[in-house]
Design a protein around this ligand. Structure first.
Ligand code: FAD
Ligand code: NAP
Length: 523
């Protein structure tokens, strides 16, 4: 069968750096019944999972195209190549968290002898902050594009949808369309913020898609939702000096160990964040002043409340971007109720169509998860790999003012699975050395190990609230993967003085009822 081949010039559209390669040749042809395709692999979505999969596929000899396109948020925010993590997720979030920690450190520095003139007048310059953050993001966008070019991955800045099981149509920014065929397709489209169905939500509220590039200081802010994103945003905004109220529908950090979640929110409350529990939003109205009047309902007291804010940030979860893909034309039908793809081994019901990352049902929505799954999938597709992604015991950290890092089971889940009698929980409050000067609040510096009760007491979960929790938990996550027991943990010699060593000092069980408070720094 004849192969029809057209070469189409596609201009790079998003933020073209001056010296960038401004054009790209894309081979276009219809695929034949004898199995000839433009590409071995087309990846729809150039975020954490899609890019990792594409790069690994190319390393293993595949010819690859990546489609990436960002539909602007309702408030008009848009960004470049790289997906959520780089542009509107982990990276800008961590930088703003760092800005918040530095603000606190400036005040603490005076206790160590730093002479800071008018320290009480120190305040954040929001536009400098957002400019620095956005400049960093643009540099990552640029490096990502150069990397794709160097690896000879064809990048198409277009919104992809299926025309048939092997043909993808990309709609470019100018409305024109390009077609390409691929032997295999990986869906890595991630998700976008969900807005509650209430008056004014889409019109007047922002989301995590907008906060990191907001053109004006957010001022007094209402955060709706108390998951990762709600608490992280509330935490850094409050520490940057903006008054924050958080609406909590059920409990903060639902699904996490609830004792630890309470430590996190206690600390935030002590730092000035106001929480409205058991509340759902009703409406957001724009006032003549430009401010926003938000109304909400307390499900417990059955009372309605309202207040006026400068900014309302919706952090009520994320939905997968599967609707626009025309999966029906590819025959892909394994969608969950929430529109995510159900694919246990990343393979859909159509054998050559796969999915990785946030778009997958029941998988942790985390960048390293998307990356790892994407790499392993590419190795299985193109290098005879056999290894499947292990989604168990994935460590994570919530970057709230006092961070919460954990790996494995929460105490609730462990008890539910094994029964109270079969679980031993070791716990301790601790005092980080860096909290001695100045005397900082240590009431919420707490950690615990959830283990099986019978010897050798295999550890099922580790939980840590305190400074640099992510750094603390990362190494212990490897130990959990190796099946570490309480005895092995206690026989690990700590590094002093660190906060991570507190895990090696755990010796009080909850069952014993002994006081878990610290005696001294070196006991
Ligand atoms: P994404 O990174 O979302 O990439 C998908 C890409 O596909 C996007 O660029 C999208 O625009 C594009 N796309 C969608 N549809 C199409 C289409 N039809 N055609 C072409 N392109 C399309 N994770 C962590 O591990 N640590 C953190 O600290 C962390 N913080 C976060 C903070 C925030 C505020 C948010 C929102 C998320 C955070 N995450 C964090 C989660 C992390 O960002 C995601 O898990 C990760 O980005 C998922 O990668 P992905 O490849 O599945 O999707
Ligand atoms: P989330 O963790 O699912 O939290 C959503 C929150 O919004 C919950 O508190 C939920 O309350 C609330 N909510 C949902 N609908 C609501 C409604 N209609 N009215 C009021 N409240 C409502 O989602 P997320 O915070 O958007 O985070 C999404 C994912 O991104 C996370 O699962 C995580 O994997 C990833 N992420 C990771 C990090 C990190 O690694 N540090 C940081 C940010 C995001 P209920 O509990 O009552 O449902």
């Amino acid at each position: 069968m004849t192969i029809i081949r057209n070469f189409v010039r596609i201009n790079f559209i998003t933020n073209p750096p001056k010296q960038a390669v401004s054009t790209l040749l894309i081979a276009r042809r219809t695929y034949s019944k004898n199995g000839t395709f433009d590409y071995d692999l087309a990846v729809i979505g150039g975020g954490s999972g899609g890019l990792a999969c594409a790069k690994e596929a190319v390393n293993n000899g595949a010819k690859v195209a990546v489609l990436d396109y960002v539909t602007p948020s309702p408030q008009g925010s848009k960004w470049g190549l790289g997906g959520t993590c780089v542009n509107v997720g982990c990276i800008p979030k961590k930088l703003m968290h760092q800005a918040a920690l530095l603000g606190e450190a400036i005040h603490e520095a005076t206790s160590y002898g730093w002479e800071i003139p008018a320290v009480d007048k120190v305040k954040i310059n929001w536009s400098t902050l957002t400019e620095s953050v956005q400049n960093h993001i643009k540099s990552v966008n640029w490096v990502t594009r150069v990397d794709l070019r160097d690896k000879k991955i064809d990048y198409i800045n277009g919104l992809g949808e299926f025309k048939d099981p092997h043909t993808i149509v990309a709609t470019l920014k100018n409305g024109s369309t390009k077609e390409l065929t691929a032997k295999n397709v990986v869906i890595a489209v991630g998700g976008r913020p969900h807005y509650p169905d209430i008056p004014g939500a889409v019109e007047y509220c922002i989301s995590s898609d907008d906060i990191f590039s907001l053109s004006h200081p957010p001022g007094k802010t209402l955060v709706v939702g108390a998951g990762y994103i709600g608490l992280e945003c509330a935490g850094f905004l409050n520490s940057l000096g903006y008054p924050v109220t958080v609406l909590v529908r059920s409990v903060p950090l639902r699904g996490f160990d609830q004792q630890m979640a309470r430590m996190v929110t206690n600390e935030m409350e002590q730092k000035g964040v106001h929480f409205e529990y058991k509340c759902v939003p009703l409406s957001v109205e724009k006032l003549e002043s430009g401010q926003l009047k938000a109304r909400w309902f307390n499900n417990e007291t059955q009372k309605q409340h309202e207040d006026v804010f400068d900014t309302v940030l919706m952090a009520t979860g994320r939905y997968a971007l599967t609707k626009q893909l025309r999966l029906d034309l590819a025959g892909v039908s394994c969608l969950s109720e929430s529109g995510k793809l159900v694919a246990a081994t990343e393979q859909s019901n159509v054998p050559h169509v796969y999915a990785v990352g946030d778009v997958l049902e029941g998988r942790p929505e985390l960048t390293p998860v998307a990356i790892h799954a994407g790499r392993l999938l590419a190795r299985r597709m193109f290098a005879g790999g056999q290894q499947q992604m292990d989604y168990d015991n994935v460590a994570t950290t919530v970057f709230t003012p006092l961070e919460y890092g954990c790996v494995g089971l929460s105490e609730e889940t462990a008890v539910q699975r094994f029964g109270t009698e079969n679980i031993e929980v070791y716990h301790a409050y601790y005092k980080p050395t860096e909290f001695f000067i100045p005397q900082r609040n240590i009431r919420n510096c707490y950690l615990k190990a959830v283990a099986l009760r019978d010897a050798p007491q295999r550890i099922l979960g580790l939980h840590f609230v305190g400074p640099v929790a992510g750094e603390v938990i990362q190494g212990f996550a490897a130990a959990i993967k190796c099946g570490i027991t309480m005895e092995q943990l206690s026989n690990t010699v700590g590094i002093h003085p660190t906060v991570a060593e507190e895990f090696t000092r755990l010796n009080i069980t909850k069952r014993s009822g002994k006081d878990p408070n610290p005696a001294s720094c070196c006991s």
